[in-house]
Design a protein. Sequence first.
Length: 297
Amino acid sequence: MSDSQLHVSHSTFFGGCQRLFEKADYVVVGVPFDATSTYRTGARFAPLAIREASLNIETHSFRSNIDVEDLKIHDLGDLHVSGDVKQTLSRLSSTVRELVEAKKTPILIGGEHTLTLGAMRGIGGNDAAVLSFDAHLDLRQKYMDLTTSHTTFMRRLNEQVKPRRIVEVGTRAVCREELKYAKEAGIQQFTAIRVREDGCEAIAKAIKEAVKDCTKIYLTIDMDVLDPAFAPAVQNPEPDGLSTRTLLDILLNLCDERLACLDLVEVAPPYDQGVTAVQAARILFEALCRIEKARKL
């Protein structure tokens, strides 16, 4: 007997439309993990909250003139996380690798930002660019005795996965150690101040120039890149951030056919009444529609 005959269905597929895995282009995976969080916790609840938000906002993108309902998306469910960081990252790496081998584009909903390290291990650094939208550089050597955490993962990624290029956008909360390392490692950053001074078009153009020789692009969006006025429920909020419009104006210029993986992280649902989860769902909708448009050109 089918689900339709019983008048029942699953409650929380991302976007509300579930295609068969075999026919899907994009595969959503939740990563309910926040074991290394150092200020607010709660990002482990984000995959469910963002899925629920995605069921309650409209799916058409005026920016791309595409509807999410027309995309071939399969929601695979949540990764079986462990309290052990290494184990969780290993499971995520294997999952992402298998999805890529199956010619699917992984769409990851976190969870803390450490997950980007595991996912990039599955993608591989050869000829890859990592474009990170984040208030923080996450380039510390160690924090609170941890060498692998949401504050250090980008440094580990640079050392271990060795992508061709790392570009960080929207930064405004760093320490001297991180600035020194970024300069020595050739990690390019576009601060929130520079974004406002130069404008979205100039920033997007500069980023595209920086990654023009890369064959794969990994996009990671830490929701704290937005000002807390737009996204209050994040694990490490920082004032003086980007607006949603500014983020989308830059981000959507970078969503092209080279995209290998997209993640969105650090929403902490307990800290607001669903506003940030709705922002996250809309950002994912817009990014997916723009990627689809680029692939059809």
